[in-house]
Design a binder for this molecule. Sequence first.
Ligand SMILES: [Zn+2]
Ligand SMILES: [Zn+2]
Length: 356
Amino acid sequence: MSRFAWSGFLVVSLLTLTVALNTGAWAHDTRALGDGRISAEPRVDHLYACRQTFDPNAPGAVGPYPWISAGRYDPAQKPQVGGRQSWPNAEIQVLREGDWRVIRANNLPTHPTGIFPIRPSDPAFQYDRNPNAIRTQRIELKLPWAPRVAAAPSCVPMGLIGFTLVGGALYNALDARGRDAAAYEMMDLCGGHPQQDGQYHYHDDQACLPTGVDANGHSELVGYALDGFGIYGALDEGGREILNRDLDACHGHVGPVLWDGRIQVIYHYHLNGEYPYSVGCFRGTPVRVRPDITLPRRQRGPDPLVAVAEELGVEVEALRRAIGPPPPNFGRAARELGIDLQRLREAFRRNRPPPQ
Ligand SMILES: [Zn+2]
Ligand SMILES: [Zn+2]
């Protein structure tokens, strides 16, 4: 090879290397960490959260987190909860009843999940000892059939904020400590996990959600938000990936989408890879979810944990997670919550539920 050809080869190689570094998998697939982007009003790139204070010691994933660095995280490097379990009894129905769109489901997903509680042999266990199993929930959501934009947006609560067509619930972007849940919590192959009542849910855009497109190349419907507006996947018209700069403060926009069988220009939300990933605030008026609606039947009725948490001055959900599934783990709860063991036991004894 002549000297000229060699230099040409080197230039081409260096160009290729530069392009690879700029668009390589690592650089492309990392996401900006959403921590701290909780807002008390509608704001792009933020979550307008109803809850503004969080317990930094609430139970959750524990570090160090090698997939997080310099304000970014790499989903491909983050461990995944292992196993593959199918749910043949998954049930979901979406029906029109007068002016309402009614979703009835048992919250078991129509796709496989990982194995929960996370097994001690699972590499994810060292980061997150999620002790909860996936359990059937009684979901009955009555959403407006034709949602309307409200006078002002409203904040997004903790817990269920929407429901997907594949049977999993959608939660907001936060974990119990107010951090970016998708970055820290251990999720399964479909990006979901169960919370303390066993409710299986996602916090962001995930591969097991519907990924089809309509005739315009726009993502198909993935689920419904509590205000009745549709939630769609990550593609805008023409199949272009939608970014937060294309969306309003609530993570939605008005445009043509396939809605109830035909293309209609309507407000809708998008899931994407940018915090807060899904609904950032409600554009419409969210329906109230009855507190018992997502609890398993056997747990309905007064929850003794509420009284215990009140007496001890801790968050109910933190207490629930620390105490674990029956039999209650008083020792761990005392340690995690920083409460004297004797005091904890007495609070439980005083607030014991009446026999049924
Ligand atoms: Zn979660
Ligand atoms: Zn759209």
